[in-house]
Design a protein around this ligand. Structure first.
Ligand SMILES: [Ca+2]
Length: 581
């Protein structure tokens, strides 16, 4: 049993892919420049509020144990802020009222618009009773003496659905428990499985072009719908270059004009490009057990030289260095480009119709697409990153809240995030009023929208954003086209999961000075790394001749000081294993 759990944890860790930094509020504290990731569907999406089912109204628990309970004679007023709590939030929303009725309390959403307003709010002593605060770290919140710890026993009693997830991913305990007192949480993380098993790096190729050109890809390709094909493995680098060359030079669209481009992407730091040269984003094991940022690896040097050469051959779209996502989308959608990097969840029509590949399919009727897990070195394997846990944002409780009120707040958390185990209630927190804004599909497995509510409308997502457990994540991902490839990309059993790994090292328990040093040096390091990369790509410098100087400059900017701190950490997979019982 223990062993099974360990194995499943490692498996899960293996799924963690590339989105650690954009995905959760807590960054790894690394100095790496996280490649910009597409916004997750869940973040952008939100249906409406639900019916006023009384589903889960928790009776006041009798205090038959030593766990503090809400005062039964008190009608509590709770102030809260979090996602979708901006000025458009409508006081007394459907979801707010549902929670108030179920909990017999008053809830007030404190409006906040942007980081500046948030900082002013916190600095002026107007922190709400509880909520999330745009990824503010635990260390900072405690340093400001804004928040209190949360007894583990109380969370176990009042938030059983959350504890279930924590038990499944014990690393969450490592992240959130007070290092000096494991009976107390410093804060609670919400959950989303988006970045654990639903949001994988993925490349799309114009498959109709590849077929026109008669290119043998060297991988197994399955047609999963009339216009979607999926490869079981990554494309080898030499084959990728052959495809890009053909896209540029062999008129793949057959219109007799040299009017198509090769490599496109939002920037030059996509994980797929790195994978092609045998490394991944963030912190890598250099092969000897030493932690190195990707940008100091010899493999990265080869990537720079390789892409400079591709560029010199005219196989990379010049606009790639502009960092303009819309511009690159347009090239794909208009049939100018036949290769693009996205993520598997960009197949979900609920939120991604404005971008490739869905917009391409809509605009160009003859287009078919091939999804692949990435590019690999010749004879090598694809390397991709996923989050090590479903942790999502940090939920804090204000310092002066007493245990009795805390009990009421924790009851609210259980209901708002998980519906207290009642799926109707849970779905209503995300989609709105049952049978008005949404209804269950025929199988009863996922909500179907009746009304397309904006995020926050009727209070949807305002309270439920952090409760994207496995069920809710699957609801959000439910899409015919996306589902067609489930056996490849939906964890933990998807066959592409074997390419997904966590970063080599992350200071997940905040036990080192990495965050502090990183804050100090990362700005300069990232600027320099970016500048060097652009110069190399454009052929303005000779990488072989300047590489040693580049490393010396990294050192001068604090790189080695930062990485020395990483030596204090165990590899993340070992940390995960140590929490696996
Ligand atoms: Ca052409």
């Amino acid at each position: 049993m223990k062993r099974n759990k360990l194995i499943s944890l490692l498996l899960c860790a293996a799924l963690l892919a590339v989105t650690v930094i954009s995905g959760c509020g807590k960054s790894g504290g690394s100095g790496s420049s996280a490649p910009a990731q597409e916004a997750s569907g869940s973040k952008e999406e939100a249906p409406a509020a639900d019916t006023g089912e009384e589903a889960a109204a928790p009776a006041e628990e009798a205090a038959d144990d030593d766990v503090p309970a809400p005062d039964p004679n008190e009608h509590y007023s709770i102030t809260y802020t979090g996602y979708w709590s901006d000025s458009t939030y409508e006081d007394g929303s459907y979801c707010e009222t549902m929670l108030e009725d179920a909990l017999d309390c008053d809830i007030t959403v404190i409006k906040q618009e942007g980081n500046d307003a948030l900082n002013v709010m916190l600095a002026s002593g107007e922190m709400p009773d509880c909520g999330t605060f745009s990824g503010k770290s635990s260390a900072w919140m405690y340093d400001q003496e804004l928040v209190r710890t949360i007894p583990r026993k109380m969370v176990e009693k009042y938030c059983p659905s959350l504890i279930e997830v924590y038990d499944e991913y014990p690393l969450l305990y490592a992240q959130t428990l007070n290092p000096d007192n494991p009976d107390e949480f410093n804060y609670l993380t919400g959950v989303t499985f988006q970045f654990v098993g639903y949001y994988l790096n993925c490349d799309y190729y114009r498959y109709d072009w590849i077929q026109n050109l008669g290119i043998d890809l060297g991988v197994n390709v399955e047609q999963v719908t009339d216009r979607l094909y999926v490869a079981d493995d990554g494309i080898e680098l030499s084959k990728f270059i052959e495809i890009m060359d053909a896209f540029v030079n062999q008129d793949p669209d057959g219109n007799g004009k040299a009017d198509t481009v090769g490599v496109t992407g939002q920037n030059l730091t996509h994980p797929q490009y790195f994978s092609a040269y045998g490394f991944h984003t963030g912190v890598n094991d250099d092969g000897t057990g030493k932690a190195e940022m990707y940008y100091a690896l010899p493999e990265y040097k080869e990537f720079l030289k390789g892409f400079a050469e591709l560029n010199a051959r005219g196989l990379v779209d010049q606009d790639i260095i502009q960092g303009n996502r819309q511009l690159m989308w347009d090239k794909v959608n208009s049939g100018n480009a036949g290769y693009y990097i996205v993520s598997t969840n960009a197949l979900q029509a609920s939120w991604a119709t404005d971008r490739p590949p869905l917009q391409l399919l809509e605009r160009i009727p003859e287009a078919t697409i091939l999804a692949t897990p990435g590019i690999k070195p010749d004879g090598g394997t694809v390397q991709s990153n996923v989050n090590p846990t479903p942790a999502y944002e940090n939920f804090f409780v204000r310092a002066d809240i007493d245990d009795q009120k805390l009990a009421k707040i924790l009851q609210m958390v259980e209901l708002a995030w998980f519906g207290g185990g009642d799926e109707d209630f849970h779905a209503s927190m995300l989609y709105g009023e049952k049978d008005v804004d949404w209804k269950w599909n025929e199988d009863g497995t996922a909500p179907v929208k009746i009304n397309n509510l904006a995020n926050g409308e009727r209070g949807t997502w305002t309270f439920g954003q952090l409760g994207q457990g496995a069920d809710a994540t699957a609801w959000i991902a439910d899409d015919p086209l996306f589902n067609a490839g489930n056996k490849y990309w939906t964890g933990p059993d998807g066959s592409w999961m074997k390419f997904q790994h966590p970063e080599y090292k992350i200071d997940i328990t905040n036990s080192t000075d990495i965050a502090t040093i990183s804050a100090e040096v990362s700005g300069d390091l990232n600027a320099y790394v970016g500048e060097y990369r652009t110069q190399a790509f454009l052929g303005q410098i000779d990488v072989d001749e300047t590489w040693d100087d580049y490393l010396a400059e990294l050192d001068r900017l604090g790189y080695n000081r930062l990485m020395d701190e990483y030596e204090k950490l165990d590899p993340l997979e070992d940390v995960i294993a140590s929490y696996a019982n």
